[in-house]
Design a protein. Sequence first.
Lengths: 30, 407
Amino acid sequence: LGIIGNVQQRTLEVLYDVGGGAVGFKAGAC
Amino acid sequence: GYDLQSYKVLHAGALKSATINCSQPKVTPSSGGVTVPLHNRHGPCSPVPSTKAPTLEEMLRRDQLRAAYITRKYSGVKGGAGDVEQSDVTVPTTLGTSLGTLEYLITVGIGSPAMTQTMLIDTGSDVSWVQCKPCSQCHTQADSLFDPSSSSTYSAFPCSSSACAQLRRSHQGNGCSSRSQCQYIVKYGDGSSGTGTYSSDKLVLGSSTVKNFQFGCSQSESGNLLKDQTDGLMGLGGGAQSLATQTAGTFGKAFSYCLPPTTGSPGFLTLGAATSGFVKTPMLRSSQVPAYYGVRLQAIRVGGKQLSIPTSVFSAGSIMDSGTIITRLPATAYSALSSAFKAGMKQYPPAQPMGIFDTCFDFSGQSSVSIPTVVLVFSGGVAVNLASDGIILGSCLAFAANSDDSS
């Protein structure tokens, strides 16, 4: 089991599309 | 062996907050969504700045507890334990709380009239809670305690309610009060816990209002839980009680956030489908541990070159967690990453390991540092090029290994 931690998520917009069954990433969001 | 496109350059001070800008980023959620500011709890933009922020070493020690707790939850499922919340977990409490790694805050309003509450966000749990008046064993907080008796829209769930039954099914019920009010309990990895009355009230999120938001009115806490100035915790997990699940009918079954890279810059949390521009990978879920959202990592690229890692190493999947600080990789994958990264950093002398980090460098005297790019490739070939903040922390490669590939 791996864990994607918050340091690696920083500045990305991380989308939890539960209805669509997907996780999304958008660079440079903040 | 690396071309210039495969390096990022960090300038001196880039790993610290050089500029403070707490203004809210401009974010456009799709129609029907809502966005609220999100800040690091320790920095100058925090609504409740820490009086004493933990050191990086201390945060990494806490982080190890949280990562171990998540791993144990799945170990419990694998072993057929079923009720993983009740599995026997022993963690040294002197190291702090697994929840202590949570770092990001939002400000909401609860009640009528709305009382401002500053809450940590957590994608790894479902039950939201705030400290309520009277609170016999609670930590100090910066905002006023939420006072149910001052809210005209507050109500406590009776034990016979469906919400209370749902809470019991998810192993977070804690019996009935003498007034037949539903009691909840939240337990965390270090043995800390919080209890109180499961309730509902109006929730104000930015310009939107959520009626009958279900949350825990905390009246007692034990252990090292959240010894800071925050007022509570907002659960964003995939279970029935989380904010994301509760507002799915209003904003849609989606949410997103951007975690700012420094304590002196702002981020945001959006409920509802975000705007376009995302690359997407399938979400993995476990009915046994509904709070967690999973993804499948399938490859890692360093300096533009894909590492030679068997895909089977990643077969267990990975949890996306807002509360864990450092990404944990299967041992084989971490070893390959560390070796490749060190090969791309030959110009810098190695430095002593620090806590869970074993790939560290001596940057003393450097005005700028060039580091290889690191790209995480998820199922479907979705490539995520990490920001420099996600590659180097302090002077170390900001990744850690699980003890072995099977854990």
